[in-house]
Design a protein around this ligand. Structure first.
Ligand code: ADP
Ligand code: MG
Length: 691
């Protein structure tokens, strides 16, 4: 039955895609032919650049053309993997090729035939070696493709399969709606969309991909920003309650055991100045870990409450919400502010009571997790919304909270705290017109954290120094990348990767058998988590084995040692966040980044040499994509498929184009772009956020 494929056709209509395959594609968000066309390669294999064996660099990824000189011999490795091995050569040298787990290739390897191999070359004891390269038979008169796209894979989908299916659909490229009107394309030197997309999937050479990438990246950044503008409340015309200084009554700031840093005092002044105006404040306070953002938030909250308005403080995790709750109850006089905690750990009955009190105006400050947002929480008179570590929240969620204030006719002020220093390009895109306050100063007396990159062979030495630190009254975090061996949703791991649960057991029975330890990971019940955290904060446990749940905000000043296992698996900003858990008190602090990759890891040296979060964040953005930066590659909102936020010039160009485009969105040529922005808004709406 011949039927025409359209962009909207489900993928199962495409030849070669059955039910299983289409489900595997769906996991990647690819459901229709149109989705597939915008499922861009993440890289390219430059197989056309064939090098003589002699010129290949040890450890480099190269294409070579060789003739097979020995019959393949098969065997089984100690790990159980099947392999076969054969020898080959070109005019300049010899090569041993080992192919694992691809028996079907065996019959295709024939002595005397010529093959193009693509993969990593290592110079071993017996000459050049290649392990599991891509193998293609060279047939005279039938040129092989020079550049092959590399698609992001998901379970069950091989590269070659994705390539084949994409090829089957490429003729539909021209049906993709043109997002960028001719005037924009001309102004910024961009291609028609169909042409750009075709080139990305099937480039003649690498050169061709450059302008193509720029084109789709431009369109993506532009529609992304348009979408954000739609989700964000238009500032114009909205009114907020002014929150002037009270006639009488002091502030908790006067009772703090420490003086504010200059940066904190300045931030508070800026917030208070905003508060005097009857327009909504939208201010981002960006401060490196440990710069003391909580005090700044508390000052804003206090001012709000002094004006008889309610304030809400949102944290991304329960642990952090509880910590904030603890701080506020310690700082504020209960006679001045009634504070309530609302997280999913709070018993249902108590939750109902809290909600009732909120609606009746009997609670002044609500501290909670984003669970608060999902439920039917009503405020009597909301004056201020503070979100801590805001990038973990959806833009949508934030807007929904602001709307709750609007029932009173007034919009609450908004204060965003961000500990992950956000590079300028990113804050431009994410926040656009937000006012930014930087806290580039740490409280005095902080000991710089000494950071070292060490190897697994150093482990006993590391354990010994942890014991020493504990004997001197310190405490240690040990961070592992995984929860347990069977953690679902996690990528398959080899035994070299420390899983928190088994590592905890190992340490308790071994190196730290006489030291009280705690275990903390995201899969534990909220009450268990809280108890573990409490015990560590109180110094009852000395070592806390944890996953990255401690990444954000956890504040135990007495902890001064951190060992991060498999540090090579983490992003730079994430490591910097983790490291920020120590160096908070007066003890000298040590952070050990254990590199188990078996090779050098340059990224880690960046951390050993810098403690400037802003610099590290820029570096991170350069090295990894923005999805990684947010620690959530799949998030509907931040899933940029083509663009990189590290491409600052392009980000700037698009940010600059947004203004002009907004004025023209009603015109027919801008229709597709406008629809695209709508689609992003919808995706963000049902996109899951983490935690
Ligand atoms: P972050 O900016 O990472 O959220 P916190 O608000 O958790 O930092 O503050 C880190 C620690 O520093 C807390 O224990 C806090 O009480 C303390 N702190 C905050 N401001 C100061 C200051 N001006 N002087 C000394 N310690 C401070
Ligand atoms: Mg914090």
């Amino acid at each position: 039955m011949p039927y025409e494929l359209t962009l909207d056709s489900p993928l199962s209509f495409v030849r070669g895609v059955g039910e299983t395959r289409s489900q595997q594609f769906a996991k990647r968000g690819v459901r229709t032919v149109g989705d597939l066309l915008t499922f861009y390669p993440r890289a390219y294999e430059d197989r056309g650049n064939v090098l003589p064996l002699r010129d290949c660099a040890d450890g480099g990824i190269h294409a070579v053309e060789v003739v097979c000189t020995s019959l393949p011999v098969s065997g089984r490795a100690r790990s159980g993997l099947e392999y076969f091995r054969f020898c080959a050569e070109d005019d300049t040298g010899m090569l041993t090729v080992t192919v694992f787990n691809r028996r079907f290739l065996l019959s295709q390897i024939v002595v005397g035939r010529r093959y193009r191999l693509y993969g990593r070359i290592s110079m071993g004891l017996f000459g050049a070696e290649m392990s599991s390269p891509e193998v293609e038979l060279v047939i005279p008169g039938k040129p092989l493709e020079a550049v092959l796209p590399v698609y992001p894979l998901s379970e069950g989908l091989t590269r070659n399969f994705v390539r084949k299916i994409v090829k089957n659909c490429l003729s539909l490229c021209d049906q993709l709606p043109e997002l960028l009107p001719a005037e924009l394309r001309e102004k910024y030197g961009l291609l028609p969309r169909g042409e750009a997309v075709r080139r990305l999937h099937e480039p003649k050479d690498l050169e061709e991909t450059v302008q193509a990438k720029r084109t789709v990246a431009f369109a993506e950044l532009l529609s992304f920003q348009l979408a954000l503008r739609r989700m964000r409340h238009a500032k114009d015309g909205a009114a907020s309650p002014p929150l002037p200084p009270p006639e009488e009554g002091g502030s908790f700031l006067e009772r703090l055991p420490f003086p504010l840093t200059g940066a904190q005092a300045q931030a508070i002044r800026e917030i208070f100045a905003d508060f005097e105006k009857p327009v909504p404040m939208t201010r981002l306070v960006q401060g490196d870990v440990g710069s003391g953002k909580t005090v700044v938030a508390a000052a804003a909250i206090e001012r709000c409450v002094q004006n008889g308005k309610q304030a809400v403080l949102l944290a991304p995790t329960e642990i952090l919400a509880e910590q904030h709750f603890g701080k506020l109850t310690e700082w504020f006089d209960p006679a001045d502010a009634r504070i309530a905690l609302l997280t999913s750990a709070v018993p249902k009955k108590w939750k109902e009571t809290v909600k009732k009190s909120l609606a009746a105006g009997e609670v002044d400050v609500l501290v909670g997790t984003h669970a608060v947002l999902q439920e039917d929480v009503h405020f009597a008179s909301l004056g201020l919304v503070v979100t801590d570590e805001q990038h973990r929240f959806g833009v949508r969620q934030r807007a929904s909270l602001l709307e709750r204030g609007e029932k009173t006719g007034l919009r609450p002020h908004m204060l965003v705290l961000s500990a992950t220093p956000i590079p300028r390009s990113l804050s431009l895109i994410l926040y656009g017109d937000l006012d930014v306050t930087l806290l580039r100063e740490l409280p005095p007396g902080r000991q710089p954290i000494k950071t070292m990159v060490l190897l697994p062979k150093d482990r006993n030495r590391i354990y010994a120094s942890i014991r020493r630190q504990i004997a001197q009254g310190g405490q240690a975090y040990i961070i592992c990348p995984l929860v347990g061996d069977d953690a679902d949703g996690e990528p398959a791991e080899s035994e070299d990767c420390k899983a928190a649960e088994s590592y905890f057991a190992e340490l308790r029975n071994g190196a730290f058998s006489d030291i009280p330890m705690g275990l903390l990971h995201g899969k534990m019940s909220p009450s268990r988590k809280a108890e573990v955290m409490r015990a560590f904060a109180a110094g009852e446990t000395k070592v806390l084995v944890a996953t990255t749940v401690v990444e954000v905000g956890v504040d135990v000043p007495n902890a001064n040692v951190m060992l991060i296992e498999n540090a090579e698996r983490f992003g730079l900003s994430q490591l910097h966040q983790l490291r920020g858990r120590i160096g908070r008190g007066t003890r000298a602090s040590f952070c050990v980044l254990l590199n188990s990759s078996g090779g050098p890891c340059e990224r880690l040296d960046v951390l050993a040499n810098s403690s400037d979060g802003f610099q590290i964040a820029e570096e991170d953005l350069k090295q990894r994509g923005p999805g990684d930066f947010f620690g959530d590659r799949q998030s509907g909102e931040f899933a940029l498929r083509a663009a990189s936020l590290a491409d600052l010039p392009l980000v700037k160009q698009t940010a600059e184009a947004v203004g002009a485009v907004l004025e023209k969105l009603g015109e027919p040529e801008y229709r597709a772009l406008s629809d695209e922005a709508d689609a992003i808004v919808r995706r963000a709406g049902d996109g899951k956020t983490i935690n």
